[in-house]
Design a binder for this molecule. Structure first.
Ligand code: 6GU
Length: 244
């Protein structure tokens, strides 16, 4: 999968994603990251890419020309005339795991990171296919949201995660939170690892983990529990264990 990011801060994107699992996936050519500096497409002698808003008001607005030319360069590079293009904005649909899975089906995916007060509406209308936010708070630019999305999408691309940590069996895939994990030592500052995990009894361990998932989802994310597919056993367990 090829990610293309149009931004004024390409180093921020590269530095963030070249580490860890996304970095390894790039080295293995399972994903690629093409950062495109919008400023390289300025035709201004001072390389400006923004100007004052028509109608007045605070802040600056990114001009349509440099973004248009940056996108044309990506179209030329991919040889594709139609590309899915995500504009990162707090006004977009809130990103979630289902959207990550859906975006992971694309061969090429383009991101436009805005800065300043915004982007000229005309270029957005021309090229954007998806308006996406990462939550209800305001950030200074679209770079961190693009990195968040690329991380979440990448781990849904086959081969990015090792098989034993396949993304299918984890938080949100079934609308339940993960069960708690423990490793050595068996006792840390007087706190012991739950006995069942040392028992070697796999059916009991699976049952305990399912129950822990149910308890913490009810406690911390009751909104998710509403969407989860619960068995009769799950419901009986929750009824017998009132909220602590
Ligand atoms: Cl996508 N952009 C900005 N600037 N702020 C945000 C956001 C995006 N998502 C949440 N806050």
């Amino acid at each position: 999968m090829n990610f293309h990011v149009m931004t004024l801060f390409p180093e921020m994107i590269r530095n963030g994603l070249e580490e860890s699992i996304t970095g390894r996936a790039m080295n293995k050519n399972i994903i690629s990251l093409n950062t495109v500096n919008i400023r390289d497409f300025s035709q201004d002698k001072h390389l400006h890419v923004d100007d004052y808003p028509y109608g007045g008001g605070a802040g600056m607005v990114m001009q349509p020309g440099p973004i248009y030319r940056a996108f044309e360069s990506i179209k030329a590079q991919t040889g594709k005339d139609k590309l899915r293009l995500v504009y990162l904005t707090p006004q977009g649909s809130v990103f979630n795991q289902n959207m990550a899975k859906d975006f992971a089906k694309e061969e090429d995916l383009v991101f436009l990171c805005g800065h300043y007060e915004g982007v000229d509406e005309r270029i957005l209308e021309m090229i954007v296919t998806d308006y996406v936010s990462i939550g209800d708070y305001v950030l200074t630019g679209g770079e961190l949201p693009a990195m968040v999305m690329i991380d979440a999408i990448s781990r849904m691309v086959p081969g990015v995660l090792s098989n034993d940590v396949s993304a299918e069996f984890e938080s949100f895939s079934d609308n339940l939170l993960e069960y708690p994990q423990y490793t050595r030592p068996e006792e840390f500052m007087g706190n012991k690892v739950p006995d069942v995990l040392l028992s070697g009894h796999h059916a009991n361990i699976d049952k305990w983990r399912r129950e822990q998932s149910l308890l913490r989802t009810r406690k911390w994310r009751p909104d998710l529990l509403e969407k989860a597919e619960l068995t009769k056993k799950d419901i009986e367990f929750l009824d017998k264990n009132p909220i602590s």
